[in-house]
Design a protein around this ligand. Sequence first.
Ligand code: AMP
Length: 219
Amino acid sequence: MIRIILFGAPGAGKGTYSAELIKKYKVPQVSTGDMLRAEVKEGTELGKEAHEFMKHGQLVPDQMVIEMVHKRIQEPDAVNGFILDGFPRTVTQANSLDLMLHQMNIELSGVIKIEISQETILSRLTGRRVCTNCGATFNIATMKPKQEGICDKCGHNLIQRPDDQPTTILNRLAIYQKDTEPLIEFYKNKNLLRPVQCEGPYNEALARVFAALEKMAKV
Ligand code: AMP
């Protein structure tokens, strides 16, 4: 049983690590970014509203994501745990999450903090390419697809996310520092923070993430 938050700057690799973790632990990945992008793609009212913030790299209003997560973690597939990816991102969201978990009578196993340098973050974000169909992520420098511009998994086209443009990236990193980094203290004070050094070869970093999780997983 694991109920964790994967915490880290945009581009730290939360989505990539989550994809590996869900295979092993058979729990859903709850990515607010993916959920919002799905709403945008479907053209829902929520999606239209969210898009106005997302395209500038700003956070969407807290209440929007809080409600989404509240619903999602009560679905049957989340009974045995979940991996929160990209949520919470503000102290308000973290307090709401606390309240939700308390009401559901469940606890977080821990918060994995992915640690990488600013330099690596920038190269990951500028090189990131995503599949328009299945959402798989590649990197033109470090995790190239077999065929340029084509998804290895489903054969659809790869694109650069609109919010991965250089000016938007800087905005997102500034917002991360201002709004999201205070959560490090928040979870440290609750004794839930588990920093994992993720610089260097991907497989080695992934092994360290798994090792940190093994320590916190409850059978
Ligand atoms: P991500 O894929 O996690 O980088 O999220 C992409 C964008 O979705 C962010 O830049 C925000 O605009 C929005 N977003 C995702 N998660 C949240 C959140 N927890 N709070 C506010 N906005 C979010």
